[in-house]
Design a protein around this ligand. Structure first.
Ligand SMILES: *Cc1c(COP(=O)(O)O)cnc(C)c1O
Length: 353
């Protein structure tokens, strides 16, 4: 498909790389593409970034039929721009599409069109340490219709946001709250898809956690509230003696690209890394017995987020000395070095634009 390009009349002034936050600034252009039952995905175009008009009856506003992705563009030391495992994101977007009855997209075309957008917006990719250009591909249902069914029309769009170093004040451990009162997802539901509904389901518990001084919620399984699933927008890892454990993908956990990268690196280094069911009681027992060495989250935004403290019921667990453990540090550095082109990439994960 030919991509139509309409350039912005005036360009925005670029922000200072050293003062970037997260998700507040957007570049000059965006990518748009439409879908209807007759034509399928059509009319791919790069246009000036801006609001779009939606009829108040637009289905996505009422029934939440939408999916999204999150990945980043990184500037390498030689000034080039590269993506980290973007094909995984587009494959996941299509799995989410199938899960939400959205017509599948051509993954090769999505990657090519993203590269074209990035080449146009390359000056927006910041170069200060640990900064990047966050990429948000999204699909929304657009039929102006009240009534529950899959929409007949959709819009795919991609917006870009220059983002700052996640750990501007250094690599900081977070406190997380394990909740038994709320659930995010259940097997057979939408937990394994990247869809806004999972976030809507997480807000109430998240607000409660913030009020108590915790950064995020650690979700247990939706049926028995016994097995650990994931944290807010991150997957979770436990280092128990010399074993690195993460909950196995069971249908209600989001299959993170960073999670998969941690597992691949651990295997590459000859470490014992296991995907299995793990109960919160096993974590508590490991902590009580001194075997729980580290806990960390994994996700595109922070890469690795060490957990310093966990609260479960009335018990407060301090993990290690509450600081950053050696495993968290090792995975953080290794993944970041590949993403930014500071180290060899033995896995073929990076992709130049
Ligand atoms: C996106 C996301 C993750 C992390 O996935 P990455 O591909 O590593 O960024 C984890 N959990 C949820 C619920 C997510 O939406």
């Amino acid at each position: 498909m030919e991509i139509t390009i309409t350039k912005a009349q005036t360009l925005k002034s670029k922000p200072d790389d050293s003062k970037l936050g997260f998700g507040t600034l957007f570049t000059d252009h965006m990518f748009n593409m439409d879908c209807d039952l007759g034509k399928g995905w059509n009319n791919p175009r790069i246009e000036p970034y801006g609001p779009f008009q939606l009829d108040p009856s637009t289905m996505v506003l009422h029934y939440g039929q939408a999916i999204f992705e999150g990945l980043k563009g990184y500037r390498t030391p030689d000034g080039e721009i590269q993506l980290f495992r973007p094909r995984e994101n587009f494959a996941r977007l299509n799995r989410s599409a199938r899960g939400l009855c959205i017509p599948e997209l051509d993954e090769g075309f999505l990657l090519e069109s993203l590269k074209e957008l990035l080449r146009m917006e390359k000056d927006w990719v910041p170069s200060a340490p640990e900064t990047s250009l966050y990429i948000r591909p999204t699909v929304i249902s657009t039929d102006p219709f009240l009534g529950v069914r899959a929409s007949h029309t959709y819009r795919y769009f991609v917006i870009l946001s220059p983002v700052g170093a996640y750990y501007a004040e250094g690599f900081n451990p977070v406190r997380i709250l394990v909740t038994k009162d709320h659930v995010r997802a259940v097997r057979g539901g939408l937990g394994e898809f990247k869809t806004p509904g999972n976030y809507a389901a997480s807000l109430y518990a998240g607000e409660m956690a913030h009020r108590e001084g915790f950064a995020q919620v650690l979700w247990l399984d939706g049926v028995e509230q016994k097995y650990v699933e994931e944290v807010g927008s991150m997957n979770i890892f436990f280092v128990i003696d010399d074993e690195i454990v993460t909950p196995m993908l069971n249908g209600s956990i989001l299959p993170g690209v960073t999670r998969d990268s941690v597992l691949a690196l651990a295997k590459h280094w000859g470490m014992k890394a296991t995907e299995r069911r793990i109960t919160i009681d096993e974590v508590a027992d490991a902590h009580a017995g001194g075997a729980l060495k580290e806990v960390f989250g994994s996700g595109t935004a922070a890469v690795i987020s060490p957990v310093g403290e966990m609260k479960y019921g009335d018990k407060l667990f301090k993990i290690g000395d509450g600081g950053v453990g050696p495993m968290s540090q090792k995975f953080f550095e290794a993944i970041k070095d590949i993403q930014y082109g500071h180290a060899e990439d033995p896995f073929g994960w990076v992709e130049k634009i």
